[in-house]
Each structure stands twice: as C-alpha cells, then as structure tokens.
Design a protein around this ligand. Structure first.
Ligand SMILES: [Zn+2]
Ligand SMILES: [Zn+2]
Length: 154
C-alpha cells in the first residue's frame, strides 16, 4: 500500500476515534460518520465502516445491542453499565453503575449470571425543550411516568 494511502487511513481512523471520544456515548455507524465529518475532509461512509471494523479488531470499540436501535458501538473496556435511550432525539447514552433493586425476583431454582438493561425516556436536552413554552404540548395519552413512556414521534 502506498505510504500516502496508509497515512490517510490512519488519519481517518483517528478522526473516528475522536468522534467517539468527543460524543462520549454509543454511536451508530451513521452517527459516527456525521460526528467525524466535521473532523476530516472528504470522509465517506465506506471508510467509516472500515475504520469501525478495524477499531473493533483492535479491541478499542465494542458492539452493543440496544433494543430498537440495532448494533451501536462504544469505547471498549468500561465497567458494567447500562444505557439510556432517548425516545425523542434517538440518542443512546451510557449510565454509570447498576441499580440492583431494578432486578426482578427470579423463579425458584433459577440462577442469574448477568443482565441487560436499557432505560427509555427523554434526555436532559429533550426534557428541557418539552418544558419550554415554545415546545409542543405533550402528546395526548402520554403516561406520567416519564421513564417508561413510549416513543412518540413529533
Ligand atoms: Zn433526547
Ligand atoms: Zn447492571
């Protein structure tokens, strides 16, 4: 491979890494593409796929499966944690730690070896927009428990 090509690939991969670091949350390939576009000129989606694959091979990224989102990618090597999925802006965030009391009691004789938890709701930005007077009124029939509210597209 010509030196210039290798250098370009390295630069693109670095831009993808920076995109994940600056966003600080799990990203889809499209989101990584959008975030990295601002960092490097002439970036193509195929390159983003290649860079993500390479970062997965390096063990720098890890795939996560968020309900209703398909596969997203996040920086690998983090402690056990969970995710928050905003039903308004469709961004997924990482939550620190784990609340043991959310776990349901298991039937007699069952033994848990792990769990997966995604909390749905509105992120701070979307919740603030909802409260401001300029925002649209809440959708009729929405539940009062914000966290369990189903996605309502505007
Ligand atoms: Zn949001
Ligand atoms: Zn947990």
């Amino acid at each position: 491979m010509p030196k210039a090509t290798i250098e370009r690939a390295t630069k693109q991969k670095r831009a993808i890494r920076s995109a994940f670091e600056s966003e600080g949350r799990p990203l889809s390939t499209t989101e990584a593409f959008e975030a990295a576009q601002a960092l490097i000129e002439g970036l193509g989606i195929a390159t983003v796929y290649r860079s993500i694959k390479s970062l997965l091979d390096d063990g720098w990224l890890t795939p996560i499966d968020v309900p209703g989102k398909g596969i997203l990618y996040e920086v690998a090597g983090k402690e056990h944690h969970h995710h928050f999925s905003c039903t308004t802006c469709h961004r997924v965030f990482e939550l620190d730690g784990c609340a043991d009391d959310v776990l349901v009691p298991l039937p007699r004789g069952f033994k848990a070896t792990g769990h997966d938890l995604t909390i749905f709701g509105r992120c701070a930005t979307c919740a603030a927009q909802q409260r401001s007077p300029a925002a649209k009124k809440p959708v009729a029939g929405s539940k009062s428990i914000r966290v369990s509210e189903a996605a309502k597209r505007r």
